[in-house]
Design a protein around this ligand. Structure first.
Ligand SMILES: Nc1ncnc2c1ncn2[C@@H]1O[C@H](COP(=O)(O)OP(=O)(O)O)[C@@H](O)[C@H]1O
Ligand SMILES: [Mg+2]
Length: 233
């Protein structure tokens, strides 16, 4: 579904992604882990056309993404929930979701399916986005992304700042998307959250992909978690 090959990204003269290559299949969850500043957010921005790579290739479902404009990428069914969410605080829950339908002209059937996944949002459909709790805002940000009916979903630290119960809700949603065949690229700082839902973990350090491992492999040998994330277990 997604293949990055030899992607280099720069902020000015500073290279922040170097020779980044990985693949992600439909129905697979890839957890992208690494310390602050490792380049995780930049990797998602590169896929979304927000920071065009200087070299390399990014192919999703047969389409080359490099060279496309940022607004063209969601139309291909690639949804992105940025770090720190970013809702339309003044718009209602329902209006936020309808914004999500626009990019791909998805219809009310998609909206109904998404609302079914998030009953709490249906209860609050008239409430302004900015007045929801942090956890509810994350639910809304994810629900809005799902209104694209995506084949690829990019999540940047969706559990950040949430209570454990809401983290579980986020992970439940990731698992539900996977079951529908969506490919999910999950950037996380919470190692346990990533290990709970990911099929595979990729470790990023200084803009380079250092290692990939399955959660089972990491349970047997947690050394990469220590080396690349600083978690001791
Ligand atoms: N807008 C920016 N301008 C310049 N440098 C940036 C910008 N955003 C991020 N960086 C730098 O790029 C590197 C990777 O950042 P980022 O992708 O945000 O890391 P992560 O998400 O893994 O914490 C860091 O060294 C960061 O300081
Ligand atoms: Mg980040």
């Amino acid at each position: 579904m997604l293949r990055l090959a030899n992607v280099d990204c720069h902020y000015g003269a500073v290279r922040v992604l170097e020779d980044l290559s990985f693949e992600l299949a439909a129905g697979e969850v890839l957890g992208l882990l690494g310390r602050n500043g490792a380049g995780k957010t930049t990797a998602l921005k590169a896929i979304m056309g927000l920071l065009p790579p200087r070299s390399g290739s990014i192919v999703c479902d047969g389409a080359e993404l490099t060279g496309l404009k940022a607004h063209e990428i969601p139309r291909l069914g690639i949804a992105y929930v940025p770090q720190g969410r970013r809702l339309f605080a003044e718009l209602s829950v329902e209006e936020n979701l309808r914004m999500g339908l626009l990019a791909r002209q998805t219809g009310d059937d998609v909206l109904a399916r998404v609302q079914e996944m998030f009953p709490v949002l249906t209860e609050r459909r008239g409430q302004r986005g900015g007045t929801l709790s942090g956890g509810e805002q994350q639910m809304l940000a994810m629900a809005r992304a799902l209104c694209l009916d995506p084949k690829l979903l990019l999540l940047d630290e969706p559990s950040e700042g949430l209570m454990p119960r809401m983290v579980d809700e986020v992970l439940r949603t990731v698992t539900a998307m996977k079951a529908q065949g969506v490919a999910v690229l999950l950037v996380e700082q919470k190692v346990d959250a990533a290990l709970a839902v990911a099929d595979r973990i990729a470790f990023l350090e200084n803009g380079r992909l250092r290692q990939q491992a399955s959660p089972a492999e990491l349970a047997a040998d947690p050394e990469p978690l220590h080396r690349y994330v600083g978690v001791r277990r």
